[in-house]
Design a protein around this ligand. Sequence first.
Ligand code: GLP
Length: 251
Amino acid sequence: MRLVITKSDEESARLAAGCIAEVVNEKRDSLLGFATGSTPEPVYAQLVAMCARGEVDFSGVRTVNLDEYVGLNAEDPHSYMYYMRKNLFDKAGIDLSRVTIPRGDADPEEEVRRLNAFSDKNNIDIQLLGVGVNGHIGFNEPCDCFYNKYHIVTLTEKTKKSNSRMFSRMEDVPERAITMGVGDIMRAKRIVFLANGIEKLDAMKAILEPRDVTPRIQGTILKFHQDCKIIIDKVLAELINPAPEVEVSYT
Ligand code: GLP
């Protein structure tokens, strides 16, 4: 794992966007793995700006997203499809025919089969990742194992509470989600992982410090990824003592 410590969240977003653009500029038809949540929003804003300046061209890429809430359709403003269209796809000219996102309003079991047929045939060139307060990646919640493939999860109270800030009421937060498995995340050729804010401290300590890899904190599996760049700002970094094998650099 490589850790890059930046001066600000804005710089972190610029750096992450640069990593994605580099991959696209090397390989026009890259498969890009995307994430949602507040953390990646400024990354998408940077990519849109780079696209407008002609520094990157997304017309040849395909994309795949980590997860979606079960029960929400693509027009629902809380759905991750809506989020992706608003923040990136519609602004960067990414045609929806090239996009794979779990369909929240489809039969969940059939949807899992469709997504796994896709992931069996395709390898992600770069995966953007964030982390939940309980260390989840995608919606891989703390449990007794690591899931390999897309599957249906019941969200924990902690995740529902944390994500309720995006909904009007806690009761509106869906109970279940479809998520890419940790196995597929780990098969991405490169990972760029962003974390901001003190509420992510426990998760980031578990991921970066010399601690066990455990499905109770799913993000700890990233210790085993061969090309994972973690980008955090100095406020968070000051509170973390990275393991000796983590290569640390500063911007
Ligand atoms: C959701 C998503 C995760 C994301 C997490 C953190 O739970 N499923 O992929 O990493 O939120 O989001 P935020 O960046 O808003 O803290």
